[in-house]
Design a protein around this ligand. Structure first.
Ligand code: BG6
Length: 299
């Protein structure tokens, strides 16, 4: 049996959940319920589609995304962990390693209200220990229905205190980023990565007419993406997160990245809930940290 067939035999739910290995060989969980359809790549436990029934997709996946082992997939919800952004040691991968290694499916459950929960785990092995020499098992619980909820749970089973940064690096699908705004960050301070991490203060809503790459710090606020052309608002609620990252690479950087598609940057926007910069998380031995988000559509 292939891995996908084996997983379907263990966790499959008569058409609502099955595991497949498309031509590129990367195993994917396919979800289709009366509430939504979704796909989750086992590499990175990365949600690559979530479409509530009767809606346009909420999650953006690049038309030029590459699916190859050990490489992060452009779009969806990459899990940045156990560090966000560049590491002080340039030989270590940006945004950590959780997004580029296979995770294990450990449970799948359908609730009476038809929400479906999948549980993924990332346990340390020799390869991850070489990058992160701590015992900090990681779990991601994904609940899919009319809303999408993710809970990223880090447990410190090490004898030492650990400090980590993290983000759920969500790519949202939008009609045209030039027409879209993000509220919830007015008056908050951010580090502007476009101008060398200058600290600035947000005035009003965030709008897009060029590259945006900002870490808003000390904010637990709910954000809203306003998309007038698609006549929808995306609500982003979060817990256990003190930073929000807003990112769009714009034309020049998107072209250089090579996996965004020709005009892909116009139809996406990242609003990432996490703990970055001085908001990093300190975990004493035996402690646990939960980073939770909930996405929904309103009109
Ligand atoms: C964002 C960062 O979170 O991720 C950006 O703030 C970065 O600086 C972007 O360019 C994409 O990163 P990557 O590693 O997926 O290309």
């Amino acid at each position: 049996m292939t891995d996908a067939a084996d997983l379907t035999a263990r966790f499959g739910m008569d058409g609502r959940l099955e595991f497949t290995s498309p031509a590129d060989g990367m195993a994917v969980a396919d979800i289709k319920t009366r509430l939504c359809s979704a796909r989750i790549a086992l590499q990175g436990a990365q949600v690559i589609d979530w479409t509530p029934a009767g809606e346009k997709p909420l999650i953006w996946l690049s038309p030029a995304a590459k699916f190859s082992a050990g490489k992060s997939i452009r779009g969806g919800i990459p899990v940045c962990w156990p560090w966000f952004g560049a590491h002080a040691d340039p030989s270590l991968p940006a945004h950590g390693f959780a997004r580029t290694v296979p995770w294990r499916v450990t449970a799948a459950e359908s609730r009476p209200d038809d929400n479906l929960t999948l549980v993924f785990e990332l346990a340390a092995n020799a390869a991850t220990q070489a990058l992160w020499p701590y015992t900090t098992p990681l779990q991601l619980r994904i609940t899919l229905g009319r809303t999408l909820q993710l809970e990223l749970i880090t447990r410190n089973e090490d004898k030492r205190e650990v400090t980590l940064s993290e983000a759920l690096h969500t790519y949202f699908a939008v009609s045209d980023v030039r027409q879209v705004s993000v509220t919830g960050l007015d008056g908050g301070d951010y580090l502007d990565k476009v101008t060398g991490f200058d600290r600035k203060t947000q005035q009003g809503a965030v709008t897009f007419d060029g590259e945006v790459d900002r870490i808003y710090v000390d904010t637990a606020a709910e954000c809203v993406i306003h998309d007038p052309l698609w006549q929808r608002r995306i609500l982003i609620e979060k817990q256990g997160s003190d930073s929000t990252v807003v990112w769009n690479p714009w034309h020049g950087k998107a072209t250089a990245m090579g996996d965004m598609g020709a005009e892909g940057y116009l139809s996406m926007l990242c609003v990432e809930s996490g703990n970055a910069a001085h908001n990093q998380v300190r975990l004493a031995p035996g402690d646990e940290h939960r980073l939770c988000v909930r996405y929904s559509i309103s009109r």
